[in-house]
Write a protein that binds this ligand. Sequence first.
Ligand code: ZN
Length: 312
Amino acid sequence: MRRFPADEACFDYLVESRWPDGFVCPECGWQGVPYWIATRRLFECRNCRYQVSPTAGTVLHRTRIPLHKWFWAAYLVATLTPGISGTQLQRQLGLKRNETAFMMLHRLRAAMVRQDREKLRGVVEVDEAYIGGKKKGKAGRGAAGKTLVIAAVERSGKYAGRVRLKVIPTFSRAELHKFIRDNVEPGSTFITDGLKGYTKLEGYTHLPEIEGTPERAAKILPHVHRVFSNLKSWLIGTHHGVSPQHLQAYLNEFAFRFNRRNTPMAAFQTLLGLTPERLGPTYKGLISVAKGHSDAWRHPNPRRARPSGGPG
Ligand SMILES: [Zn+2]
């Protein structure tokens, strides 16, 4: 709130995040100081006259909610360990309508999907558990109301690295193998319990361990066990349980925050959709950056830069 007290600061930050090396036209790749059309809050390319809003492609585009409220919401969602409910967000932001808070949460959560494309690597713990339902623990596999979830967690020394979580229909060999192939880099080592379905996966080193007792199981797969335990408390404590059809969305949210627990600012930017233009999805955008950036214009915010500062 200190850093982004009002929309002006948010807007500047938006521009700096989007064009960290100076303005690049998303249409023609021209670099320099664009025209600023104050009435419509748009930049215009001096080369091709293309007009672009700094909020285009972000969650903030064409919204009537003040930018600083979006920023505060994204900060809370990105950094608050247990996440935040719609009702809590409404109170925090002083919103009149409950629906507004839920809509904001929904849009911020949408940014969490498919953000983690890089596969896990090194030594990875893999395990599965039943989540939800009324019965406790691993007993009664296949019990009604429970959903099967598989998890993979990187071992980074004695700490946990990144996590992947997925709802799976069965623990057949095909399902287990597919999850590992989709989420773990070939050549990595994965450690599991003695479940037969994990065996015979080519391209990986597999270390199966016999659990014996629950105490020993926790010792063999400490990180994945801790993830499951935290996940379960979070689902029960914050959300009072989750229905099976919504579970994957919550798993995504849990994994998103877990994987960014040491980089909250990156999480914040991702939620708002503030990906720098150079990482943007358009081919033109990539090409324009590949040409190299100009030293002629160092000011991060085109609006404040000298109008003659462009390379022309
Ligand atoms: Zn242009």
